[in-house]
Design a protein around this ligand. Structure first.
Ligand code: B12
Length: 250
């Protein structure tokens, strides 16, 4: 299928210069429906009302919530990421796109977060100290809730002692940390060290994620798990629950 949305095609032609990235986006957008392309384009242009309307339309037409997320919203954010990195757009434009993303996520959330009756376990989630990126974390939370987890969201810029206080207050056994900046990634290790210092390291299973985070980095920081996306985040949390030592009662 060709890319039907001319705006998307122009965005790729004009702004995506690395051949491997160009190939990736062309393949991605060629495979998705015109409606998903329209959602991605509205997001790139920061048109939150259009994103909201089109996402609602897609869901009403029976498109799976996961597909709307991956093929519409996340695909659009991918182009924003490239433009931001290459100084074609700056923080204000990215904020506008992030707002549009959130307008779309608002329709997807009730579907993905429709949890079962019995909570599977309790998860404390936060973006680490110094880091204000929360879109990925919020996606993980949506999916965790949808999989039946109770999630306590600590938001962004979460200090180590806030993670610890939340674990104690909620008697939770799983902690998830998100970081999007290479400068804040080490705060994952610092938070894990704080759990060790507080004598609580053996009581929790800790998973980490975020675009720059890798399995190797997770191992280096002493985390128990790494997830590359929101699906992997849920899989990791389930794995922790299934493994001995993590009470499903949390
Ligand atoms: C949106 C955005 C912003 C928005 C954030 C809005 C918000 N509410 O989140 C704003 C404009 C505020 C912003 C600010 C900045 N940003 Co910014 N931002 C981005 C951008 C374009 C997209 C991030 C995003 O939302 N991606 C979409 C989500 C869905 O993906 P994700 O976060 O990776 O999450 C997925 C997985 O990683 C995983 N995951 C995430 N968390 C977790 C946690 C667990 C436990 C698990 C298992 C999995 C998991 O699952 C998620 C879903 O699939 C990225 C570019 C990029 N390619 O990542 C730059 C980027 C991260 N930003 C960058 C920079 C430099 C900044 C600023 C320093 C810019 C500035 N000069 O001020 C500031 C820093 C502010 C701060 N202190 O945090 C750089 C970082 C470079 C680096 N090497 O560190 C990037 C990579 C852009 C670039 N290439 O230059 N940014």
């Amino acid at each position: 299928m060709p890319i039907t949305n001319e705006g998307i095609q122009q965005e790729i032609d004009k702004h995506v210069h690395r051949p491997e990235e160009q190939e990736k986006f062309i393949a991605w957008f060629s495979e998705i429906s015109p409606l998903m392309q329209d959602i991605a384009y509205a997001l790139i242009k920061g048109k939150q009302h259009d994103v909201s309307r089109l996402v609602k339309q897609a869901l009403d037409e029976g498109v799976e919530a996961h597909d709307v997320l991956d093929d519409g919203l996340i695909a659009g954010m991918g182009i924003i990421g490239v433009k931001f990195r290459d100084n074609i757009i700056f923080v204000p434009e990215v904020l506008v796109a992030a707002r549009a993303m959130k307008a779309g996520m608002a329709h997807v959330e009730p579907i993905l977060s429709a949890a079962g009756i019995e909570p599977v376990g309790k998860v404390i989630m936060g973006t680490v100290k110094g880091d204000l990126h929360d879109i990925g974390k919020n996606l993980c939370i949506m999916m965790l809730r949808g999989a039946g987890f109770e999630v306590i969201d600590l938001g962004v810029d979460t200090k180590p002692d806030q993670f610890i206080a939340a674990v104690e207050e909620h008697d939770a056994r799983i902690v998830g940390m998100s970081a999007l900046l290479t400068t804040t990634m080490p705060n994952m290790g610092k938070t894990i060290q704080a759990f060790i210092d507080a004598g609580l390291r053996d009581d929790v299973r800790i998973m980490v994620g975020g675009a720059p985070v890798t399995q190797d980095f997770a191992d280096e920081m002493g985390a128990d798990g790494y997830g590359k996306d929101a699906m992997a985040c849920v899989a990791k949390a389930k794995e922790f629950v299934d493994a001995s030592g993590v009470s499903t009662e949390a």
